[in-house]
Design a protein around this ligand. Sequence first.
Ligand SMILES: [Fe+2]
Length: 197
Amino acid sequence: MKQEQVNELLYQALETELGGVQIYTTALKCAVNDDLKEEWEKYREETQTHVEIMQETIEAFGLNPDTETPGRGVVRHIGESLVKAMEMALQAGEPAAAQLVAAECVTLAETKDHLNWELIGEVAKKTKGEAGKALKEAHEEVEQQEDEHLYHTTGWTRELWIESLGMPAVLPPPEEVKEVETAIGAARAKSARGDML
Ligand SMILES: [Fe+2]
């Protein structure tokens, strides 16, 4: 493995989680639906824990969690941009529209987060010693939550959009009702949505 790029992945993963906390804090200002608010409150708390887990993991690699890299700067920029996008929507003063923007922003952020943890899982398999142990433990603790964050929010985004179009929507979305935790499960839940209306 290319250790320098492994380190880069770890720094980007930490930065993604840091941005995630800010994104959920702003998304919660946009949320109107009570079930969605409850869901995002939980995800924000979990994301805060992920920040701590990533800081500890980076230290287990003998690295400094505050190290800057150009790639990390890009991740921060995207996170700040998503926060700005939600603030724009809030200022426009249409709550339902702002909620939609927030759902899209969370989905975008969680797509990167999910990718990071998928890659961390791959790296964990190939990393030996204390660092490998730390990585495996972190992955075990976090991965299922990341699946939920991405698949459930994707479902919320789709159903809120469908509702906004004036069509019957499944709220909370099938992904949440069926407690989806895999890509296959998400595809199944989505294809069954017609029966849940
Ligand atoms: Fe996360």
